[in-house]
Design a protein around this ligand. Structure first.
Ligand code: NAG
Ligand code: NAG
Ligand code: NAG
Ligand code: NAG
Ligand code: NAG
Length: 563
């Protein structure tokens, strides 16, 4: 206000003096102070029928900010009955406010009214609802745990209950078991979402929301789901133990220590379950791999025992796989292992098979179902899993597995062009149609590591990065040269292996697939049909004689959409 006066000209002074006077009178009714901006929003308070709105000047149902002392003492004025109350409010976490309050009091000084708060006045906890809180990482590591619990009827230790991690580390799945010898215990699955943690002295608090996984459709109220916890973690050389006490309602009352609450739990991490094996060095040569279409990242982390499958940019984790046991291994070629898989809040064991195709190319077959027992995961049944092609960011060009020049017999774009010609006339023949290639040369450059698709007006060059054959088909990972520097739209070329009977009988086919080296592609998916037109050494013009000899070798090329 001094600033206002300072800036005002003398002519304005009178007006401002009146304004200040008005403000002074006003503040004696309240409105004289503000609450921190971070409190603005809607808050849940147990026992209160609706959410409590807080803005910079008002707390709904309590009054307006009239006077503030230090950071936490507020005198609130309630206009509806011309009364005051003192509130001592602590921000424990940006999502948790705790307060004590005086009885409603007639007008008096802040200190007098605040003195009315008795030592045993109840402590109220408010949990933020709006703006919606972002869940926080749960403080219990490393999951999974086994646990015992007690709801006041005795320790339920046998069978042990289990707490499992979710891929999202702000969630924990609690699988309660029923103990036959402890009344009131039942088997039940709860999901805990961690919202806020804070520390007071040496006491650690957690506020979270609990939902019943098996009764997910029933609508649970905030009163049923908000819970407050006190916890304490203890390291021993081999394991980690947490004592946890849980409140009986949606407040932080009734929990006073990690071993005193409406429900107490003791979590012990079952470390033996995990870190039993490591992924082999020929996979870890690159810690990050990508799916062929670059939509997914495969990130090997945590002591080389964990594989995280994420969004390409790593922003969202879909699955976490921890090496459990290695069943078969061929050095630098192939490995079959059982992994403990976490997918959302689901977990179990799955079979993984990795194949090394070149230094920058892997294939992965991943069991789609999750098994409780690791022994069940790799027992073959049903259809074989599809092969996923993984590439590293560091692809090294290699010699292409086919060498020679070929002519395109026909392609779908060819047919489209011919239709256009029929309707519009022959000028269209000079139009450049994307993908309407006339010839292909494999490995005819100096380093034999490129494939050139050419038409009369355009050329697309692919670089070869890895190849292998399986069940009579050849597979080749290649990327268009033009895009390789920025974002390689790598593709898989699938072709009938020239060494099989089909070639000897003069037939073979080949395809280019965007997503993976699909084993299900057949000649029916063909897009380009090619005929041999000489070796790389022979120039096209020179070899017209040779080509007559080899023209019986028909190559069917399939070009699937390359994103
Ligand atoms: C705060 O809320 C009160 C009542 O809910 C309202 O009268 C007042 O205008 C609001 N103040 C601001 C700054 O939004
Ligand atoms: C993980 O694997 C890489 C490559 O094999 C190796 O260099 C590194 O030492 C390993 N790290 C651990 C913690 O085992
Ligand atoms: C390939 O040819 C050999 C004999 O020439 C034959 O025994 C075999 O069955 C053939 N394989 C296929 C897949 O046709
Ligand atoms: C390629 O040839 C095969 C048989 O030789 C035929 O079935 C297929 O339709 C042809 N594909 C195209 C795109 O012309
Ligand atoms: C081989 O390719 C050249 C140039 O594309 C072409 O002139 C020639 O006719 C082709 N030979 C055959 C048999 O297709």
């Amino acid at each position: 206000m001094g600033a206002i006066l300072f800036c005002a000209s003398f002519g304005d002074l009178f007006t401002h003096a009146v304004l200040l006077l008005t403000l002074g009178v006003y503040s004696s009714y309240g409105g004289g102070c503000t609450f921190p901006d971070s409190w603005t929003g809607s808050w849940f308070l147990s026992g209160y029928p609706s959410l409590i709105a807080i803005n910079s000047t008002h707390i709904q149902s309590k009054g307006e900010c009239s006077e503030r002392e230090s950071t936490d003492k507020f005198l609130l004025y309630d206009r509806s009955d011309d009364s005051y109350r003192c509130m001592v409010i602590h921000e424990k976490h940006k999502y948790v406010l705790q307060y004590k309050e005086s009885p409603v009091w007639p007008k008096d000084s802040l200190s007098t009214i605040c003195e009315q708060i008795s030592g045993d006045a109840p402590l109220y906890s408010m949990f933020r609802k709006e703006p919606r809180p972002v869940p926080q990482e749960c403080p219990f590591h490393p999951a999974p745990f086994t646990f015992t619990y007690n709801r006041g009827t005795g320790d339920c230790t046998n069978p042990p209950s289990r707490a499992e991690a979710c891929t999202d580390n702000s969630r924990l799945l609690l699988r309660y078991m029923a103990c036959p010898d402890v009344p009131g215990t039942e088997s039940n699955v709860e999901e805990l979402v961690c919202l806020a943690t804070w520390k007071e002295g040496s006491t650690r608090y957690l506020v979270g929301q609990i939902s019943q996984v098996q009764r997910r459709n029933s609508i649970a109220s905030d009163e049923d789901t908000y819970r407050c916890f006190i916890y304490k973690g203890q390291h021993s050389d081999k394991s980690m133990t947490y004592n946890i006490a849980q409140s009986g309602d949606a407040t932080c009352n009734g929990v006073s220590s990690p071993t005193d609450g409406s429900r107490i739990m003791k979590l012990t991490n079952s470390d033996d379950e995990h870190n039993r094996c490591h992924f082999p060095s020929w996979i870890l040569e690159h810690h990050k791999w990508f799916s062929l279409d670059h939509t997914h990242q495969y990130h090997f982390t945590t002591k080389n025992a964990t594989l995280k499958i994420m969004n390409a940019d790593g922003s969202y984790e879909e699955k976490r796989l921890v090496c459990h046991s290695i069943l078969e291994q061929k050095e630098k070629k192939h490995i079959k292992l059982v992994a403990h898989v976490t997918r959302g809040c689901e977990s179990g064991h799955a079979c993984l098979k990795f194949y090394r195709r070149s230094s920058g190319v892997l294939e992965l077959q991943q069991g789609s179902s999750l098994w409780d027992s690791p022994e069940d995961a790799c027992t073959a049944r049903g259809d074989p899993e599809p092969y996923l092609t993984l590439i590293s960011t560091n692809l090294v060009p290699m010699r292409c597995p086919i060498l020679g020049r070929y002519n395109v017999v026909n392609s779908p774009t060819d047919r489209r062009r011919r239709r256009q010609q029929a309707t519009i006339g022959s000028e269209v023949a000079t139009e450049c149609v994307a993908g309407a290639y006339e010839s292909v040369s494999f490995g005819c450059g100096n380093s034999q590591d490129t494939i050139e698709f050419s038409s009369h007006c355009a050329t697309t060059v692919y670089t070869c990065y890895g190849s292998w054959s399986s069940s009579g088909s050849g597979y080749l990972v290649a990327a268009p040269l033009a895009r390789a520097s920025t974002h390689p739209h790598t593709a898989c070329l699938v072709y009938r292996d020239p060494r099989t009977n089909e070639t000897r009988s003069g037939r073979m086919w080949l395809s280019v697939a965007g997503g993976s080296c699909d084993r299900a592609l057949t000649a029916a998916d063909t897009v380009y049909n090619l005929t041999v037109n000489g070796t790389c050494e022979q120039s096209s013009k020179y070899n017209s004689g040779t080509s007559r000899v080899t023209s019986t070798a028909l190559i069917l090329v399939t070009l699937l959409a390359v994103r």
